[in-house]
Design a protein around this ligand. Structure first.
Ligand code: RIB
Ligand code: CA
Length: 309
């Protein structure tokens, strides 16, 4: 029996890797893709989700979510992902259209009507999920787990303290992190271990199919900022860590702890705060990824992309 998931994302180059991995796996059933503002504006991220699914010949429905944070100023990550949010010329403009239903309504309706708990995989700002939890708290009982890329147990990327997805909407992130539902977090501390080095990019090219070539090219585009700012030898494949954990959890070392988000304006706005020693005696813990088997991750990624076009 496959695991039913809904992907909430802001494609986004690394979001595209997540979506491709989920499409390739016979262990996952994608009930729908919901999009959010984030790397670029909502119209673009929605268009990019449609581009990816069209290119793979998938009819998985796409539902557009919110176009801005609850309260924070809107930021973007076009510097990393390009103005379109998905610099991949071969992924043509989509012929398919987004669904008329909005993402929040789709999430609530699906969670209320499902006969099996659903895994929510989030790889962008958490505004859609926060609104779902506020508008329909009853759906908690049908959420298997929320697996998300965001935060960091060490440093930020979009500010010295905060990771981009959390910084986009710290208030939404706090709503999700304080929800009484299993949460699994992949922060920069672990996603910065999963680097698409030239050797690993070559491994994708050596698959020999369109997907290996196109996704290798995307990761090379993505690496520009990682070389300039971080001195990394390649791009960090953040979002795909969520899918990799669902498929091969032993690739990651996890530790349960309370995680909150700093929603106070100032230097630490959007920073995730990790009570690793449970000093605050607050419940509602999150499983936080601390370490990754990066080589194992890229073997899984290669094998999944090899199953696609
Ligand atoms: O900080 C990395 C995260 O921000 C990733 O989800 C990337 O796609 C961007 O959204
Ligand atoms: Ca993302």
């Amino acid at each position: 029996m496959t695991l039913p998931i809904i992907l909430d994302c802001d494609p986004g180059i690394d979001d595209a890797f997540s979506l491709a991995m989920a499409l390739a796996s016979d262990k996952l059933t994608i009930l729908g893709v919901t999009t959010t503002y984030g790397n670029v504006g909502l119209d673009q991220t929605t268009n990019n989700a449609l581009r990816i699914l069209d290119w793979f010949g998938s009819d998985i429905p796409v539902f557009a979510g919110v176009d801005r944070p609850l309260l924070a100023e809107t930021v973007d990550a076009a510097a990393y992902h390009g103005e379109t949010g998905l610099e991949a010329p071969e992924l043509a403009q989509p012929t398919s259209k987004k669904q008329p239903l909005d993402a929040v309504s789709f999430l609530i309706d699906t969670l209320r009507s499902t006969d099996r708990k659903i895994t929510l995989v989030a790889s962008g700002p958490l505004t859609n999920l926060a609104i779902v939890l506020r508008l329909a708290p009853d759906v908690i009982e049908n959420i298997e787990q929320i697996v998300f890329m965001g935060g960091s147990t060490d440093y930020g990327n979009d500010s010295p303290a905060a990771e981009f997805n959390m910084l986009c909407d710290p208030h939404a992130a706090q709503i999700v992190l304080s929800a009484d539902v299993p949460k699994i977090m992949f922060g920069l501390n672990v996603t910065h271990q999963v680097i698409a080095t030239p050797e690993r990019v070559q491994m994708l090219r050596d698959i020999g199919n369109d997907t290996g070539r196109v996704f290798a090219d995307m990761s090379v585009f993505f690496e520009k900022v990682y070389r300039e700012i971080y001195g990394f030898s390649g791009s960090a494949l953040h979002d795909p860590c969520t899918i990799a954990w669902l498929l091969k959890p032993d690739l990651f070392e996890m530790r349960k702890m309370r995680v909150d988000v700093d929603t106070n304006s100032g230097i630490s706005f959007g920073r995730t705060v990790h009570d690793i020693w449970n000093i605050g005696k607050k419940g509602c813990h999150t499983d936080v990824a601390l370490n990754a088997d990066a080589d194992g991750f890229f073997v899984l990624l290669r094998d999944l992309l090899a199953a696609l076009r």
